[in-house]
Design a protein around this ligand. Structure first.
Ligand SMILES: [Zn+2]
Length: 434
């Protein structure tokens, strides 16, 4: 037993160190544009000999490419050779199945958008036919960029509803009448004429992952994102990992029931869900249906009369102190405060990030929300919660953010699951000492 343990230790340890070094150096290349051996050695705290060997392996695998000689000299007066991640080593496909539109993107390994394709479809389309449309979007994107399926390292498919990501099952699509317990990853793979890793998840989880990356991947102990536009969802990230639960329910924050007496029907079939109560439609209705004297005194009156009122008009007016705009928006603040209150009791996060429409709501909304959350008596004993707006810069194109989040996830899977054992064989061929 001890002999076996010893044998395992002596044969595995060097490989683990090698894998660790390879991942460390790859991570630097993913984060930065161009690096010299000297810069990598400094940043990774590795010897230049080790870094040279690691970079040789990455070059041989085509994961890294030479960018020629640098302009400045490093130690010894020589111009250093510069290297960069080969962003075209493989490509990522990210998809989102919205209601009535399938959106797709092709991204490089640094998740830079190369191509975006939105394809409209009949929102009443059944599940198998919709999947056919998804496959068409993939095929059309590959054709547009003259790419082969062999160049694709993975597909992210963001859905609405309850998703068992581990098994690729869409358990309950809330905004589509497709049925339940759909093995969507397997079904899509069956339609595609080739094999490729498919990662299915709730689109809001991909969006939460994008937020983590936007924060430099610096994971708080627990971060919760809350997305709200027409639909609502969330993502819970603990120690850098997305929490999904045993059935995939975790993160469906939109369907927390906040008002058991509410007559506002939610898409999920319940009444009084967070999603239904914070819908921008509800806010706009409160302004439009205000008493005539209230509306007459509001800066929103011309937009209402022109039938052109937008949620951004309400945000701007609330910011300026308009009483009606604040009256229409304050119930949403109350719902967010209640949701955050419940979330604190469940998860005690350090950070709550607001994504979607309400990330544009401005200082009035955020300050009022922070004040309401602080006013809950429990939190007077300890206050380490940061409530902030999303750092994703999509200018309101949430689909772009969903697609980016999916892309980040596939890139992470590609690099973390890269077959470094195959590299060892190469190493033997490259290293003259072996
Ligand atoms: Zn609901």
């Amino acid at each position: 037993m001890s002999q076996m343990g010893e044998r395992i230790q002596t044969s595995n340890k060097p490989r683990n160190i090698r894998e660790h070094n390879l991942k460390l150096v790859l991570q630097l290349f993913r984060q930065q544009e161009i690096l010299s051996i000297h810069q990598i050695a400094q940043q990774a705290s590795l010897s230049k000999t080790t870094v040279t060997k690691v970079v040789s392996l990455l070059l041989a695998q085509g994961l890294v490419v030479s960018m020629g000689k640098g302009a400045s000299t490093e130690e010894g007066g020589k111009k250093p050779e510069l290297f960069a991640l080969n962003t075209e080593k493989a490509y990522i496909i990210s998809l989102s199945t919205g209601v009535g539109v399938i959106s797709g993107a092709v991204l490089d390994l640094k998740c830079r958008l190369l191509y975006r394709h939105d394809k409209a479809y009949d929102p009443g389309l059944n599940y198998p036919d919709t999947l056919e449309r998804v496959a068409e979007v993939i095929g059309e994107m590959l054709s547009a960029l003259s790419l082969s399926h062999r160049q694709i390292c993975g597909i992210a498919l963001g859905c609405d509803g309850v998703v068992d990501a581990e098994n690729g099952i869409l358990r309950y699509p809330i905004h589509h009448k497709w049925g339940k317990e759909l093995p969507i990853a397997e079904d899509l793979l069956r339609i595609l004429p080739y094999d490729v890793p498919i990662w299915v998840d709730n689109a809001c989880r991909f969006l939460g992952y994008a937020e983590l990356v936007a924060r430099g991947g610096a994971a708080q102990e627990c971060m919760v994102t809350v997305f709200s536009a027409g639909g609502t969802g969330g993502c819970i990230i603990q120690h850098g990992r997305i929490i999904k639960g045993s059935n995939g329910f975790v993160g469906e924050l939109g369907h927390f029931i906040l008002d058991t007496h509410s007559d506002v029907l939610c898409q999920c079939g319940n009444y009084g869900c967070f999603e239904a109560l914070v819908s921008p439609r509800q806010v706009l209705a409160r302004v439009r249906e205000a008493a005539p004297d209230k509306l007459a005194g509001s800066s929103l009156a011309p937009a209402v009369q022109a039938a052109a009122l937008s949620i951004d008009d309400v945000f701007a007016a609330a910011q300026e102190g308009d009483a009606l705009a604040r009256e229409a928006l304050d119930p949403v603040v109350g719902c967010f405060a209640a949701l955050i209150h419940n979330t604190i009791l469940l998860l005690d996060p350090q950070e709550i990030v607001i994504q979607g429409v309400y990330a544009r709501a401005g200082d009035y909304f955020l300050e009022r929300l922070r004040t309401q959350v602080r006013s809950f008596r429990f939190y007077k004993i300890k206050h380490k919660l940061d409530i902030s707006y999303s750092r994703l810069k999509s200018s309101g194109d949430y689909i772009a953010d969903f697609l980016l989040g999916g892309g980040y996830y596939v890139a992470e899977m590609f690099f973390s699951q890269y077959d470094f054992r195959a590299m060892e064989k190469l190493e033997t061929a490259i290293d003259p000492r072996q």
